[in-house]
Design a protein around this ligand. Structure first.
Ligand code: AMP
Ligand code: GLY
Length: 432
């Protein structure tokens, strides 16, 4: 099978690494990819949301399957573009339709969907610019801290958590006044939930689903979960509190109702669902229970960099199950080992940072050494030299008999990789 994978980050390198190991994959292209994906497939200089160029490429290379890494092409409707095109309609796209991608593209839609299907999540209300006063009144009914979410996609920046009512009112006014452009023309205000987060992933063919290994990511730039939010500074899988009992609650209360809800609402969905969960103590039972913070319609980054290590099954075989509606016949096998990922980032990130610094990597990066696999996130080749090309530069993923062993391997390897301004958190996994 000839496969085209769209995207260019660490998630895509991890997906490409896994796809390239499949016996069913005859040739893998990645568009646009990065310096690392080029070692497990062929990079194509094409934007992940340039549908016209993707169409021409698929026809010319006789592509048999398209796998979508990031949310952008999905929210813009790449699935529907293929289905509605006479020449492309038989090429499966792994990713939801535009209607399904709204689960990530609109926080208000996602909250409404959870409410309609009885899926546990924080209480909320949504307001537009004409209802600022009502929004402020709703804020007064909540306890601090206050959670404000821009309805639309904001590249991970659209969620504000404010300690005081005054700040929340001021930010609400600014968001509705166009702080994130059109994306914040509506704002979801929700109850704050405290607890530890966990990312759970499934693949679904629209009828059945398979649960993939769960992971925890580390969003803040600073050790001890301090400082600004980033795309993710590391991840760990498995997550100790995601026990069989807890995962059963996740499946019964969240996963199954979501897949059945999509079916009931006739939403065409063949792809990944990423459940951003929080383990929150239920005030009436006093027991920790899973609640949904958000849905994403793609895999997480840097969770994929550990989830792919722990997925033993052939991922292309699973994708075939998704495409043909035979996922129930497939088996997902987990690697029993632990996997961790430590992200090396550019100095200054998530604020402004320089690109183009040479990277010195130990040899055989993509195959990894022993139990470590080096995934590239923001790298590029400039005159044959590997240089930094983003805030998150390299994801150092390792296996270990346990989390501690895996972490030790990743930290050792992280020291050996050099580029100007390199920074990483040394406390990944320390809270678990
Ligand atoms: P989101 O973009 O919805 O994932 O939100 C980004 C981050 O904000 C989440 O990963 C949480 O850490 C935090 N967050 C979002 N909603 C809530 C909430 N209702 N209570 C507590 N934390 C939240
Ligand atoms: N790691 C969180 C995300 O991919 O959104």
């Amino acid at each position: 099978m000839k496969i085209l994978l769209l995207g260019s980050g660490g998630r895509e390198h991890a997906l490409a690494w896994k796809i390239s190991q499949s016996k069913k994959c005859e040739k893998l292209f990645i568009a646009p990819g990065n310096a690392g994906t080029g070692s497990v497939g062929e990079n194509v200089p094409m934007k992940a949301d340039d549908f016209e160029a993707i169409k021409q490429f698929c026809l010319e290379k006789v592509i048999n399957m398209v796998v979508v890494g990031p949310e952008d092409p999905l929210v813009k409707g790449i699935y529907d573009y293929f289905r509605n095109d006479a020449e492309l309609k038989d090429i499966p796209v792994i990713g939801p339709s535009k209607a399904g991608a709204v689960l990530e593209g609109s926080k208000d839609f996602a909250k409404g969907f959870m409410q309609r299907h009885g899926i546990p999540t924080a209480a909320y209300q949504t307001f537009d610019g004409e209802h600022l006063q009502e929004g402020k009144a709703f804020l007064k009914t909540l306890q601090p801290p206050y959670v404000l979410k821009a309805d639309g996609l904001c590249a991970g920046k659209g969620v504000l958590i404010l300690p005081t009512l005054e700040e929340a009112e001021k930010e609400l006014e600014e968001m509705l006044g166009g702080m994130f452009g059109n994306a914040s023309s509506r704002v979801v205000i929700e109850e704050f939930m405290s607890g530890i987060e966990c990312s759970v992933f499934i693949l679904t063919d629209g009828k059945d689903y398979k649960i993939l290994p769960e992971a925890k990511d580390y969003k803040r730039i600073g050790e001890g979960d301090t400082g600004l939010n980033t795309g993710g500074m590391g991840s760990v899988s498995p997550v100790p509190f995601a026990t069989t009992e807890w995962m059963k609650k996740v499946e019964d209360r969240i996963i199954r109702p979501t897949v059945e809800g999509l079916k009931a609402e006739s939403i065409d969905y063949k792809g990944f669902i990423f459940f951003g969960l929080i383990n929150r103590t239920n005030t009436s039972t006093g027991k920790p229970e899973p609640y949904v913070i958000e849905y994403n319609v793609r895999m997480g980054d840097p969770e994929t960099e550990t989830v792919m290590l722990r997925l033993k099954s052939d991922i292309v075989d699973l994708f075939e199950g998704v495409a043909t509606g035979t996922l129930s016949e497939k088996e997902v096998i987990f690697d029993e080992r632990a996997a961790v990922c430590v992200m090396l980032v550019s100095g200054g990130y998530p604020g402004s940072y320089q690109k183009g610094y040479p990277i010195s990597l130990p040899p055989t990066p993509s195959e990894g050494r022993g139990d470590t696999v080096i995934f590239h996130a923001g790298t590029a080749l400039k005159d044959e030299e590997m240089v930094t090309n983003g805030g998150r530069v390299i994801a150092v993923s390792s296996y270990g008999a346990d989390k501690a062993e895996a972490l030790q391997k990743s930290f050792t390897e992280a020291q050996k990789i050099q580029f100007q301004g390199k920074y990483f958190r040394r406390d990944i996994g320390a809270d678990l």
